[in-house]
Each structure stands twice: as C-alpha cells, then as structure tokens.
Design a protein around this ligand. Structure first.
Ligand SMILES: Cc1ncc(COP(=O)(O)O)c(C=O)c1O
Length: 384
C-alpha cells in the first residue's frame, strides 16, 4: 500500500472529542482539580455559576441544570403536572426521549409528521394530531417541537397553533443549544426549552447532563425542587414526588470551560456545513435551513433516493469514513409506541426520511483536507 492510499483509508472520527480536548488542554484539568479540592460534588459552586452563564448566553431568565436531556424534558412535564388523560404532541422523526418522557408521566404521546424540507414538526400535522387527541377523549396540553440536527423548528407558526389549541410549548433543543431563531438563541424562544449536554452534542460534557431554560420563575423554582427529590425548605422536607436529577459539579466545571470556546465552535460548524453543501449539493439532497435561522449543525445529514444509502455507507466505511443513520425507525413505527395515536394522514414524511437520511462526520475540528476527502469519497461512490 503506497503512502497516498494509506492516508486515504485512515479512519476519520465521526465526532472528534479528542481534538477539542487537545484545544482545551490544562483549562479542563485545572477546572476538575478545583472541584476535587473543594469536594462539593453535589450542587457545588460551579453548578450555579454555570446556570448563570448559560442563562446569559441564551438570554433566558432562568437556567436549571439537571442530570440529562431526558430529565430536562421530564422535569418540565412533571412541573406542569402533565399526566393521565393529557395528550402531548411530538414529531415522529426524533430520538425516543422526546416521547418516552410523555409516557413516563402517564400521559399519551400523539405523533405528528415532519416537514419534507426542514425535517422539523409540520404544523398542519400538529393541528391534525390535536384533533385526533380530542376525538379520543384526551386533553391536548403540550407540544414538544424538536430542533432536529441543530435547526430550530418553526416557532412562529407553532406559537399560533399553540395559542389557538392552548398548548404549552416545550422546545426539545437537545441537539440545538447555541442555534438562533431570528435574533434570539434557543432557550429564549419557547416557554420552556430542554437541552442535553451528552458528550456528542454541540455543547457536551464528559458524561450525562442537561438543562431547562425558561423566563417563568415559578416553573424554575418547582424544577429546582423536583431535581432534588421534590425537596421543600431542605431535602428532608418532601413537598412533591421528584427525582434525583442533578447535574454533577464536575460536569458543570467541564461545561464552564467548554462554554468559553462554544461561540467559536458554532462558527466553525457553520463554515464546515457550508463547505459540505457547496461540495455536495449537485449530487445529493443537502440540508435546507430556513431563512432567518441559524442551525448549530449537531449533524450534517444528506438524503439519497431510497435504496442507495446502504451502498454509500458501505463504500465510505471501506475508506475509513464513518456515517450514521438518525433515525432508521420513526417513533410511531417502533414496537413500544404502536399503541399511541398518530395524526390523521399518518406520518409518511417521517417514514420516507427514515429510508433516505445519512449523516456525515461533523464537528468543529474537521479540517479542510479531511472534509475534502469525505466530499470526494461521497461523490465518487455516487458516480459523480
Ligand atoms: C432530540 C433529543 N431529545 C432528547 C434527548 C435526550 O438527551 P440525553 O441523552 O441527554 O438524555 C436526545 C439525546 O440524544 C435527543 O437527541
């Protein structure tokens, strides 16, 4: 094997956390060492410092950190008292956590379809989902739009449906913290916004973590209680059924350091996404970003006509280029969700997307030579 061939088959990471780690260097080590020194591992000073910084970053009045993105969604539903007989509308083309939390609180997830272009919640399907819920004797209470792959959902149109249907809007921004809608960052757009700090997310920690953002002081107060077993004046006074749902101090310390470089990483992601689109738009369907929005590009996801995806994935794998399929099965087709209702007309776009999408390596440290190698490999495999 000559030098060039060896180079061109060297494995590329899908997300390069090690490159970010090298950039952060001692700052992370020092931040962790400070926690090891003060030993306040649970709700230590870094947790409230991070909450202030996150709230300032996105423009929300309150940030309540918690143990994961799943808990962030759950805390909001619990705080709003959502339960049996309530319907919560979720897009079908998303990660299971969006709907899982609804079933966990005893409410009914009702699945709506997504839009062909943006892959985000289709507002007409949202209306049809509310109608189906009502016909089944359920009370539509909440809609959970998902900002899929980093792109904000269409909050203006969702807000007008939410107003007429009297729905609480809970933004599932697990993949999109850092993205902007008009001139606002997510966190300051919906009434409540949940995000995840899972390591591979645009802003990730070194384990599990999450946060909820809201301007509603009462909601924030209730969630602070819920994340500590429903504590009252202290944790030995129990005023509600809660969770052990706190963010570790160590993870908060890591996130404080990562937040410092986050704006720069967001800019790098945007640059890389534009390069992908410039190199691939003539051979595959590249992502469409709505006007006046900025995606944070958690994933760069292309679409291929049904049946061509597996061959592309195999060809790229042979050249050391990993790919991923988010999501191969829409939620309404998953065995565990089959008992739950779907908007009238079904979710045909979600079903088609599940056959067509494939995500390419995407992170802020993808250098141009490596990206060119990926673009060339995709073009070559598709015979372009
Ligand atoms: C859309 C969506 N919602 C919720 C979650 C749950 O986040 P976590 O893994 O931090 O619990 C994820 C995580 O991948 C997600 O992608």
């Amino acid at each position: 094997m000559d030098q060039l061939t060896r180079l061109s088959t060297a494995s590329i990471p899908f997300i390069d956390l090690a490159a970010q780690r090298r950039r952060l260097g001692r700052s992370i080590d020092d931040a962790i060492a400070r926690v090891l020194d003060h030993c306040q591992f649970i709700l230590g000073p870094e947790v409230s410092a991070l909450e202030s910084e996150l709230a300032a970053f996105c423009g929300a009045r309150h940030a309540v950190t918690c143990a994961s993105g799943t808990d962030a969604l759950l805390l909001v539903l619990m705080a709003k008292g959502i339960g049996s007989g309530d319907a919560v509308i979720c897009p079908s083309f998303t990660f299971t956590a969006t709907a899982e939390v609804v079933a966990l609180v005893g409410a009914t997830p009702v699945f709506a379809d997504v839009e062909e272009e943006t892959l985000n919640l289709d507002v007409q399907s949202l209306q049809r989902a509310c109608a189906v819920a009502r016909r089944l004797g359920l009370r539509p209470k909440v809609v959970i739009p998902v900002d899929l792959f980093g792109q904000p959902a269409d909050y203006k149109r969702i807000a007008s449906v939410a107003e007429s249907e009297k729905l609480f809007v809970l933004d599932d921004a697990a993949q999109a913290f850092g993205a902007t809608y008009g001139n606002r960052r997510l966190g300051a757009v919906a009434t409540a916004t949940a995000t995840s700090f899972f390591p591979s997310k645009p802003l990730g920690c070194y384990g599990d973590g999450g946060a909820v953002f809201t301007d509603d002081a009462e909601l924030a107060k209730v969630m602070c209680s819920l994340r500590v077993h429903g504590e009252g004046r202290d944790k030995y006074e129990c005023v509600r059924i809660g969770l052990n749902g706190r963010l570790d101090t160590l993870q908060a310390a890591v996130l404080i350091e990562k937040l410092k470089i986050f704006p720069d990483e967001i800019a790098a992601r945007e640059r890389i996404a534009r390069r992908y689109s410039a190199g691939l738009a003539d051979v595959v369907k590249v992502p469409t970003v709505m006007e006046s929005l900025a995606s944070v590009w958690a994933q760069y996801t292309i679409r291929l006509a049904c049946g061509r995806r597996d061959a592309l994935a195999a060809a790229l794998r042979r050249q050391g280029i990993p790919t991923a399929v988010y999501y191969p099965i829409p939620l309404h087709c998953q065995q565990i969700y089959r008992e739950f209702p779907v908007a009238e007309g079904g979710a045909p776009v979600s079903e088609r997307l599940a056959e067509e999408v494939i995500s390419l390596p995407m992170h802020a440290y993808l250098d141009e030579d490596t990206q060119d190698r990926i673009i060339e490999a995709v073009r070559h495999s598709l015979g372009a």
